[in-house]
Design a protein. Sequence first.
Length: 345
Amino acid sequence: MYKSLIRPILFKFYAEDVHNFVFGSIKTFSKIPGVPAIFRALFNYENKSLERTVFGIKFKNPVGLAAGLDKDAELFDELANFGFGFIEIGTVTPKGQPGNPAPRAFRLIPDDGLINRMGFNNKGVMDAKTLLQKRKSGVIIGGNIGKNKVTPNDKAVDDYVLNFEALFDVVDYFVVNVSSPNTPNLRELQDKEPLTKLLSTLQTLNDDKPTQKPILLKIAPDLTNEQLDDIVDIVNDTKIAGLIATNTTISREGLTATKERIEEIGAGGLSGIPVRKRSTEVVKYLHDKSNGAFPIIGVGGIHTAEDAIEKLRAGASLVQVYTGFIYEGPSIVKNINKGIAKAGL
């Protein structure tokens, strides 16, 4: 019903407006007694074979929600009713910021893709912390952290440290985001020297805590094999827990959307089916190059169970959806989990 009836109506309106409308609707309906239970009955799939322990955390299933949908940690308890094994909030920054000017989110319907240049729009890490302190569900929460746009790269470590300390007691794992294409010069932090410094600083702080939290690095799909080799070395050297592969791409190769449409949209990160193949290639390369030395969360173009299975067979331990949730609707998590269980993965 979603794809045949609801989606065509929603897709007639600007993407960010629809996002806000749907978020508000889920929050409102979830306050009605009995509705959360209905959501769980409709969209959850429980199977012991789906359980797995990754970087020391036990997940009820391997399908998570990627960062970017619940930027301000406003809806994680409600979204947990849709069957996710874990939910990643953010990206959050130390200070709230409006992000880039609208319009800044665009559908590529013929390609099952999205282009966004949101620019880390969020209310700030302390607002997110306040909401996370009120967590009611038992869903596993990841905290995706970034730097403010006005913070120069040579001061970026300070922003990540502030986020890390603020969220430490209210999230289950961290994701260091240096791979969004929508904050000027952010991807320069993926270079070996600054990235090693950043991750080493965070891991040192982590080691000093009575109990450590897994720290993951989220990388771009646009890195060369040589850069991916550096990433493997950095993970091994800094002893962080693992990687998320991948973020959105700046590539526009292979799209069926017209050149005029692409030029009209302009800059931004592309997600969805167009990034599926490359993200899987990156997962496999990293897994093979490291001999499976660390876990990888695979994300990028996962719309079906077959897409998720492809990532898992390439070497991912867990997967995340984002654009697929928008295109396929709330049944996506259940459908993927049923497919994974059937495949015996």
